[in-house]
Ligand binder design. Structure first.
Ligand code: AMP
Ligand code: MN
Ligand code: MN
Length: 328
């Protein structure tokens, strides 16, 4: 991991463009705006670019007002920094055009499936979130972390660790979180904005989603499905399903949880989570996706029932082959 090189690039340049992956989650947005605000505070010229507006549920993040559309930015930048993104294509075509038109591209990420596509790759699969790497970068670069920057980076950590519950919650992650609280991250505000502002429609969707829960014969695989019909019926949007997959894993005896979402007719987004031993990054890779060992995803084309059958068959196969077996 070339973190010292990245520090030099940050210190030695003045003209930056930053972006992250499509459908950005808390880590993507927190890392983007945490780093963006820090560079701005250091007196640098910074454009934070996203192809779509920031989701309403994340608009409490300080720095949202600085986010630009790719069509708002012109010319060539000295340095492009892409955050939390496994491969260039996941930035989306328009942001990709902007980020590729730079003299130096820095790829900052923590996915094990990262494709090392930057001129410089600061990739640390041990990091709980990309926000954790950004925090190290800022500390090493001697940039003061203001309460606004800390709030963004804390959101990155909270969301990617499932509120410090997932296996990626390391001592370093918790030390980083504590440091960010010391820097002024607003824990109460963050918790309420992320978890206590749900719409009634989103809870209706949760109830429909739980109704769809199914288990394989051995009870090691649990899955749920959200079809277009169910989504429309509930009045919710797909972003409201964030975190619902965790209910599959909450069942005793389940090793792998899967959520199928029919994002458009014939296009199924599949999310995977595992509890102890199945490498779901490898499972998602069988369908052209990726992620981490315990959380990964992919998009599969086909009818929802067919995709379910295909994916569950593959999951059974990998489970049977996983020589590690349950670790106790
Ligand atoms: P999700 O199920 O969308 O919450 O994603 C779980 C993890 O897998 C996240 O870290 C995502 O960035 C990653 N991921 C999801 N879908 C893909 C994909 N198609 N390709 C690569 N990584 C993915
Ligand atoms: Mn992400
Ligand atoms: Mn992440």
């Amino acid at each position: 991991m070339d973190i010292e090189e990245a520090v030099k690039i940050i210190q030695g340049n003045n003209d930056f463009v930053l972006t992250t992956h499509l459908n950005p989650d808390g880590d993507a947005l927190g890392s983007l705006m945490g780093l963006g605000l820090a560079l701005l505070k250091s007196g640098k010229k910074v454009s934070m670019v996203l192809p779509y507006p920031v989701l309403a549920s994340y608009q409490f993040l300080p720095g949202c007002q600085h986010v630009l559309q790719p069509s708002d930015v012109l010319g060539r930048f000295d340095v492009g920094i892409i955050l939390d993104c496994t491969e260039m294509a996941r930035a989306g075509e328009k942001a990709q055009d902007v980020i590729e038109n730079t003299r130096c591209l820095v790829n900052v990420d923590h996915h094990i499936s990262n494709q090392y596509f930057g001129d410089l790759n600061v990739v640390d699969p041990q990091a709980a979130a990309t926000g954790e790497i950004v925090c190290s970068l800022l500390v090493r670069a001697g940039i003061t972390i203001t309460p606004d920057i800390a709030t963004n980076l804390y959101v990155a950590l909270v969301t990617d660790t499932g509120s410090f519950q997932h296996q990626n919650t390391t001592a370093k992650c918790l030390r980083t979180a504590a440091y960010l609280l010391d820097c002024g991250a607003k824990h109460n505000l963050i918790h309420q904005c992320l978890y206590e502002q749900k719409s009634l429609d989103s809870l209706r969707l949760l109830s429909r989603c739980l109704e769809s829960l199914a288990l394989n014969k051995s009870g090691a695989i649990a899955w749920m499905t959200i079809s277009q019909d169910v989504l429309l019926d509930s009045g919710a949007v797909f972003d409201d399903s964030d975190g619902m997959i965790d209910y599959t894993k909450s069942l005793k005896g389940v090793e792998v949880g899967i959520l199928f979402k029919e994002v458009s007719p014939g296009e199924i987004k599949v999310s995977f989570r595992s509890k102890n031993y199945l490498d779901v990054n490898q499972l998602a890779a069988c369908f052209g996706g990726g992620g981490h060992e315990r959380a990964a995803g992919c998009t599969v084309q086909g009818r929802i029932k067919n995709v379910e059958a295909l994916v569950i068959e593959k999951t059974e196969e990998l489970l049977a082959a996983s020589c590690g077996g349950p670790k106790r």
